[in-house]
Each structure stands twice: as structure tokens, then as C-alpha cells.
Design a binder for this molecule. Structure first.
Ligand SMILES: C[S@@+](CC[C@H](N)C(=O)[O-])C[C@H]1O[C@@H](n2cnc3c(N)ncnc32)[C@H](O)[C@@H]1O
Length: 260
């Protein structure tokens, strides 16, 4: 059994993640964590790209709170793009929130076409980080910013057995690297590092609460969303996730970089 039986981000996965992380979000932390990733960057009036936008939570927040002129969301999963478009209509943001289903690989965007690029917990699914950063550098305007949150590892050695078991339970393609590896790749691609933040401590507190909530106050909602059997499977995944975060091997992290 797997939450990904109907596609990596199919209906079961989306329903479950919405219960735990909120409407429009397929990763933890909601708008507060998006603000943490963006930090002091001024996105007002800017054209922004969100790579791996999911169902659009960050795109809407960047428009509404950070006053971007336009945010384009790219994702490889048709269902999340469909959901993002529905939410954009509900919010009356369809003219400024433009979602596009893309194929994996080179980004379908012109050279120097974005003022800023944002991404949250999507680079984990992209195997070749050097090609990715080179492509991002190509489509950013000079002096444009990259602001990213991702699920990373403590180092770039082969994952421990415990980590392998967690990743297998998730049933998703995970290509995790360390914050140090991202630093090296960004520098080699011509970015100037603005900041790098390890978020393991923050997420450890949060994931403990997520497990307690799934077992406790959110259990009925989980069962309603995905059924008892799948709910128990999801709880097991979350306990495995807690294990590798607690061990310090799973390390969410954020970074910002400038295209010089
Ligand atoms: C964990 S979800 C995060 C979604 C969203 N950023 C959020 O924080 O709610 C990862 C997303 O990355 C997308 N994704 C996976 N591979 C991708 C690729 N090569 N290019 C763009 N998006 C991708 C998935 O379809 C999924 O929607």
C-alpha cells in the first residue's frame, strides 16, 4: 500500500497533506515558512516563478502578502495544477497566478525572464541539481534572486538504513543533498550566497506535533480524507519521518542566492 498509488501527487496524497499542512500546501510551515524563506527580499511589482508550485499556496501568498506583479507556478503533476487553477479562481487571482504543467527537465522559460525564483520542497524530486541551478541561473534576470526551501540531508554519504526505510515508505522519488552541497553548486554556477539556514530544529518540534495531531485531534479528518487503512499507513510514514528528523539525518533547510 502507498499514498502514491494514484500518482505521486494523486488524490489520496493531496487529501492527506491538506489535512496536515492546510489548503494549498503540500509541505509544512504554511505562510510563516514561506516568509522565512523569502526573508528580506522585496518581491513587490516583481515577476516571480515558483518551481514545483503544488496546489499554489505559496503563489497566492507571494501575490497577496509580498505584492508580486505576477507569479508563474510550474509543476509536473496535472492534478495539482488543476487544483491550483481552481483555488486561483476562488481567490480572484487567475490573472496574476499563472499555472503551467511542465515536463521534467529543462525549464520551459526564456532566458532572463524572471526577477525572482522561489521553490519549496520540490528540488528534492529533481535528481540533477547542477543542471537545475544552471537552468535557474539562465532564466533569472541579472541581479535576480533565488529563494528555496528543501528537504535535505546532513551529508552526501549514502543514506542510513533508517533513512532508506523512510524514503521507501514515502514511495516518492527523493534526491536529497546537503545544504553544503547546495552551497558548492550555487557558487560554481555563479550565484552569490546570501543566506543558508538549517531548519532541522524547527521541523523537529513541528513533526512531533504533526504525529501527535494525526494520532489525536486530526485522526477523524485523516480517516475521512483517506480511510482507516491508508490513515494507519500515513501515520507509520510520519513516525518514520520523525525518526530521521530526530536522528538529524533529515534536515529541512532554506537558502537565498543572488545571480550576479
Ligand atoms: C512536496 S510538494 C511541494 C509543493 C509546493 N511547493 C508546496 O510547498 O506546497 C513537491 C512538488 O514538486 C513537484 N515536482 C516534482 N518534480 C518536479 C519537477 N521536475 N519540476 C517541477 N515540479 C516538480 C511535485 O509534483 C509536487 O507538486
Amino acid at each position: 500500500m502507498s499514498l502514491t498509488d494514484e500518482g505521486h501527487y494523486g488524490p489520496k496524497q493531496l487529501n492527506m497533506l491538506e489535512v496536515i499542512w492546510g489548503k494549498g500546501y503540500l509541505s509544512p510551515g504554511g505562510s510563516d515558512e514561506i516568509d522565512q524563506i523569502i526573508g528580506e527580499l522585496d518581491l513587490s511589482g516583481k515577476r516571480v516563478l515558483d518551481i514545483g508550485c503544488g496546489s499554489g499556496g505559496a503563489v497566492f501568498h507571494i501575490l497577496e502578502k509580498h505584492n508580486a506583479a505576477e507569479v508563474v507556478g510550474f509543476d509536473v503533476e496535472p492534478l495539482v495544477i488543476e487544483q491550483a487553477n481552481t483555488f486561483a479562481l476562488e481567490k480572484g487571482l487567475s490573472e496574476k497566478a499563472l499555472f503551467k504543467c511542465i515536463s521534467p527537465g529543462q525549464l520551459d522559460a526564456e532566458n532572463s525572464s524572471f526577477d525572482a525564483i522561489f521553490s519549496k520542497e520540490a528540488f528534492i524530486h529533481i535528481p540533477n541539481k547542477i543542471e537545475l541551478m544552471t537552468d535557474i541561473h539562465r532564466i533569472l534576470k541579472p541581479c535576480g534572486y533565488l529563494a528555496v526551501g528543501d528537504w535535505m540531508r546532513n551529508d552526501d554519504n549514502p543514506p542510513s538504513l533508517q533513512m532508506q526505510e523512510y524514503i521507501a515508505a514515502e514511495g516518492l522519488d527523493y534526491y536529497m543533498c546537503s545544504l553544503d552541497k547546495y552551497r558548492e553548486i550555487l557558487e560554481n554556477t555563479g550565484f552569490k550566497i546570501i543566506s543558508m539556514n538549517d531548519r532541522n530544529e524547527w521541523y523537529l518540534k513541528k513533526v512531533k506535533k504533526e504525529v501527535a495531531d494525526i494520532e489525536g485531534p486530526l485522526w477523524n479528518q485523516v480517516v475521512e480524507a483517506i480511510g482507516i487503512e491508508e490513515g494507519e499507513y500515513a501515520l507509520d510514514i510520519w513516525k518514520k519521518l520523525l525518526g530521521v528528523v530526530e536522528k538529524g539525518e533529515h534536515r529541512p533547510g532554506n537558502f537565498r542566492a543572488l545571480k550576479q
